[in-house]
Design a protein around this ligand. Sequence first.
Ligand SMILES: Cc1cc2nc3c(=O)[nH]c(=O)nc-3n(C[C@H](O)[C@H](O)[C@H](O)COP(=O)(O)O)c2cc1C
Length: 198
Amino acid sequence: MILAVLAAICTALVAVTHSTSAPRIEQNRQDFLEQSLAPVLAGIDYDGALSESTILIAPPHGLPGDDEVPVYRVYAGGEPVAALFVVRARGGFSGPIRLLIGISADGEITGVRVLEHRETPGLGDLIDADKSDWINQFNGKSLVTPAVTAWSIKRDGGEFDQLTGASITPRAVIKAIKETMLYFESNRDVVFAQGADE
Ligand SMILES: Cc1cc2nc3c(=O)[nH]c(=O)nc-3n(C[C@H](O)[C@H](O)[C@H](O)COP(=O)(O)O)c2cc1C
């Protein structure tokens, strides 16, 4: 009898704790997401919470990877200013590389960040903004500057810096950024249309 009463009290306590902490957990989750997205929007003013205008683009879509792609649409004064894509680049040395790619409404890279990778420390992991400045070379680039044909490392006749002794990783990243920009160029209106995933 005593055990049953204790069990009921504990269950009630767990339920109350869960219901009072749920909004706080959700808020923390949103804050974390906003903080993760902000680095690819340095210097850009935008309205409200980025996560409020998320769409999911289902495969087949022509974007890197074959899974659903979240896109965070960014507005200022109600006008589209950028779209942030989370894509999975194939062809890394040690597996897929998850990238956050920001593209302005007029097609320029606002920033790129590596969200997840398994590349080798000291070689491929220099794509990580915490390890080197390599990823920042894409800021302000578009499919016009440089030309779409120059979206490759210098050794392959392109415009972008390679990483010494590790050319597989940069090739994978550059290919994914280029494919994302090509997708955006052809689907800009769809991306910014209200409820484009529905
Ligand atoms: C243990 C080990 C780890 C490696 N890790 C990477 C890596 O993370 N990224 C990469 O592009 N190449 C990596 N490489 C090098 C590749 O094997 C390959 O030589 C290189 O990418 C080719 O680039 P390079 O022509 O500039 O030498 C690694 C090689 C070894 C032996």
